[in-house]
Design a protein around this ligand. Sequence first.
Ligand code: MRU
Length: 375
Amino acid sequence: MLLSMNVDGKHYRTIWLGSDGSSVEVIDQTKLPHEFVILKLTTLEDAIRAIKTMVVRGAPLIGATAAYGFCLGMCEDASDEGIERTYSALLATRPTAVNLQWALQKMRDELSGIESSQRVEKAYALASAIADEDVAINESIGKHGLGLLKDLNERRRQPECLNILTHCNAGWLATVDWGTALSPIYAAHNEGIPVHVWVDETRPRNQGASLTAWELGQHGVAHTVIADNVGGHLMQHDMVDCVITGTDRTTCAGDVCNKIGTYLKALAARDNDVPFYVGLPGPTIDWTIQDGVRDIPIEQRDAMEVSHITGRAADGSIQSVQLIPEGSPVRNDAFDVTPRRLVTGLITERGVCEASPEGLATLYPELGNAPAPTL
Ligand code: MRU
């Protein structure tokens, strides 16, 4: 039984401190699944580029990388101005995942209150604590989600296995370790439950086809990659027991923002009485907003991600080819919002709750009872 996430049998986190004690190493996710490459980040600019170009991605990992990026920023300039410059530069990398802001605020608040001579050391201690906290949160999401999967397994729709559909990559690659949506799946697999995962390809960047399929394969979890528009059809034929996705930002009322296409899966799930669950770490809750459709900023990304596709050619080389007619306009919204009425439950590190202000406030009383803005 594997107790942590492995690549070719060796345990890895997605981000760690280099052996020199100051650089930061990450897995280059733009190269997966064809190559496993480790990149060394030595400057603030390296960290900014890694987040922007999606060398690292996934809400929790974006947060952890921002925290380590803050350390690199402090090595360059630990003055008060340095703190503000580092904060603003990292905050501008990607707009939707709230973990970025959460980690940066934590770093800024803690570092502002101490002497500049102590800031570098303190920054590394904070970043390491943020990374460790993410691992503990995700492991706990796995334990709470396991209970749900055990129940569903008792009444699974097909005799062979428990079929779970997921969208995008909310596995260990999207976090520091374990993953959010995939953590309960790994826990179920480790318990001997016969799980099988339908992996949405997740156009345009194909995080499902490239990343989720790869990490499930590395862990030995049965899976099948499907085109993004297949899930509803499978649900109509009793081939999906539940959907589990991750989230980049969940409002305090329970609206869930996640990778573009998640909303359509939630609609299909509701129409077919398939439970739709979301793996939700506490730092992904935005306590300042209620209405996700209105208030969550949706990242607009490069048209090339839609107009082109990259993959391995028959000769082994990695190539990018154009899919659309020359000159056709393209729009590339990276996320959408699933309203809370379509969400069966939120699987958090503190337990499973209803996607509602009351549900979240029960699990996070110290945060959830703050007066929220009215809708
Ligand atoms: O654009 P990405 O790849 O960063 O988007 C990632 C997702 O949408 C994930 O589902 C989300 O961050 C949850 S990760 C545990």
